[in-house]
Design a protein around this ligand. Structure first.
Ligand code: NAD
Ligand code: DAU
Length: 351
C-alpha cells in the first residue's frame, strides 16, 4: 500500500480516486482537513477497504511514525501543503509551519522508518514530494521554459516555503540516501478545485452574478495542466523515476489570465447562458494587482516525456470544457465548500 498526505485536497483527492481506480492498491490518506481539505471529495470511496482516511498533521511525527509502522507502505507521497499564494501574502505563518516544518517532520519520521527496513523493502521504498513550478520564480516574455536545472528564485511566501521543502527533500537524499523523487508541476485545474483559485473562482462567481476579479492587466501567463494528467505523471514518476531526481510536469498550455477568463465566459455562455442574454464577460472587473505577482510561468516537460514516456492526455480545450461541465453538474459541492470561513476570505480579499 501507499501513504498519501493531503489526499483530501484538490490534487490529492483526484490522485487517490484515480489511484484506487487504476491500480486497486490500498491507500492510507493522512490529511489535516484544513479549510482546503474536504472529506466529501472522497465519498465515492466510503466503505471501500482500499482507502483508509486518517485526520492528522504531517508535522505530527509520532502519528506519522505510528502509521508507517502499522501499515508498512511501500511509498509516501506528500501532497499536503498550504497552497494559495494570496493567503501566503496575508498570512505566511501557516505556510512556514506546514510546508517547511511539516515536511521536515514528515521526512524525519520517514527516514527513521526507512532505516529499519531491510532488503527489497528498503531498496524499493520511495518518498515522492509534490512541488510546484513557482519555486523557479518568474520568466520574462520569450525566455525559455523552466527546466529542472533552472535556478530557484521563489517570490512569494508560498513559493519560498515550497522551495525550502524541496531543498530539505533533496538534502535527505544527498545526506541520508533516502530514495526521494520530486515533481515540480505547473498550474492544475479540474474537478474539486477549491473556488479561491482563478479557474473555479471565475466559474463560481460568473454563475452567482458576481464580478470576475482580474488582477492587474490580466496578462500574467500560467501554464495549465488538467489535474488528471498531473496524477498520471506522479504515478509514472513513482513507478519509474530515478531516486534523487527531479521531474518537471506541464501541459505546454501557456495562456494569459484574461484569455482563461474569456474562455470560461464563452463556455458558460454556451452551456448555461445568462438569463438576460448578455455575455458573462460583462462581469469582468480589473482589480488591484497581487503584490509581487509573478508575470509568467512555463514548464519544459521534455525530461519526463523523454525519460519516462509521459504525455498529457487532455488539451486545454477538452480539459476546460470538462471542468466547466463538472462545476455545472456539482453545484451542491460548490455550495457546501462555500462555508462562512470561505465567504469571509472572499469578502476580505476582494473588498
Ligand atoms: P489544496 O490546498 O487543495 O490541498 C492541500 C491539502 O493538504 C488539503 O486537503 C489540506 O487539508 C491538507 N493539509 C494542509 N496542511 C496539512 C498538514 N499540516 N497536514 C496534513 N494535511 C494538510 O492543494 P492542492 O492544490 O491540491 O496542492 C497539492 C500539492 O500540489 C501542494 O503541495 C501544492 O504545492 C502542489 N501543487 C499544486 C498545484 C496547483 O496548481 N494546485 C500545482 C503544482 C503543485
Ligand atoms: O504554478 C503552480 C501553482 O499554481 C501552485 O503551486 C499553487 O498552489 C496554485 O495555487 C497556483 O498558483 P497561482 O498563483 O498561479 O494560482 P491562482 O489560481 O491563485 O492564480 C492564477 C493566476 O490568476 C495568477 O496570475 C493570479 C490570477 N488571479 C487569481 C485570482 C484568485 C486573478 O487574476 N484573480 C483572482 O481572483
Amino acid at each position: 500500500m501507499i501513504l498519501v498526505t493531503g489526499g483530501a485536497g484538490f490534487i490529492g483527492s483526484n490522485f487517490v480516486l484515480d489511484w484506487v481506480a487504476q491500480t486497486g492498491e490500498p491507500v492510507v490518506n493522512l490529511d489535516k482537513l484544513t479549510y482546503a481539505g474536504n472529506r466529501e471529495n472522497l465519498s465515492s470511496l466510503d466503505g471501500d477497504e482500499r482507502h483508509l482516511f486518517v485526520r492528522g498533521d504531517i508535522g505530527d511525527g509520532d502519528l506519522v511514525a505510528q502509521l508507517l509502522a502499522q501499515h508498512q507502505p511501500r511509498a509516501v507521497l506528500n501532497f499536503a501543503a498550504e497552497s494559495h499564494v494570496d493567503r501566503s501574502i496575508t498570512g505566511p505563518e501557516a505556510f512556514i509551519q506546514t510546508n517547511m516544518v511539516g515536511t521536515f517532520r514528515l521526512l524525519e519520521a520517514v527516514r527513521h522508518h526507512w532505516l529499519k527496513l531491510e532488503g527489497a523493502a528498503r531498496a524499493d521504498f520511495r518518498f515522492l514530494h509534490v512541488s510546484t513550478d513557482e519555486v523557479y520564480g518568474s520568466l520574462d516574455a520569450g525566455a525559455p521554459a523552466f527546466t529542472e536545472q533552472h535556478r530557484y528564485e521563489p517570490n512569494s511566501p508560498y513559493s519560498a516555503s515550497k522551495a525550502a521543502s524541496d531543498h530539505l527533500v533533496r538534502a535527505y537524499h544527498h545526506t541520508y540516501g533516502l530514495p526521494v523523487l520530486t515533481t515540480n508541476c505547473s498550474n492544475n485545474y479540474g474537478p474539486y478545485h477549491f473556488p479561491e483559485k482563478l479557474i473555479p473562482l471565475m466559474i463560481v462567481n460568473a454563475l452567482a452574478g458576481r464580478n470576475l476579479p482580474v488582477y492587474g492587466d490580466g496578462m500574467q501567463i500560467r501554464d495549465w495542466l488538467y489535474v488528471k494528467d498531473h496524477c498520471s505523471a506522479i504515478r509514472r514518476v513513482l513507478e519509474a523515476g530515478t531516486p534523487g531526481e527531479v521531474y518537471n510536469v506541464g501541459g505546454h498550455n501557456e495562456k494569459p489570465n484574461i484569455e482563461i477568463v474569456q474562455t470560461i465566459c464563452a463556455l458558460l455562455g454556451e452551456l448555461r447562458p445568462r438569463a438576460d442574454g448578455k455575455p458573462y464577460t460583462a462581469q469582468i472587473a480589473y482589480v488591484k494587482d497581487r503584490p509581487g505577482h509573478d508575470r509568467r510561468y512555463a514548464i519544459d516537460a521534455s525530461r519526463i516525456e523523454r525519460e519516462l514516456g509521459w504525455k498529457p492526455a487532455e488539451t486545454f480545450e477538452s480539459g476546460i470544457r470538462k471542468t466547466v461541465t463538472w462545476y455545472l453538474e456539482n453545484a451542491d459541492w460548490v455550495e457546501r465548500v462555500q462555508s462562512g470561513a470561505y465567504r469571509e476570505w472572499v469578502a476580505a480579499q476582494y473588498a
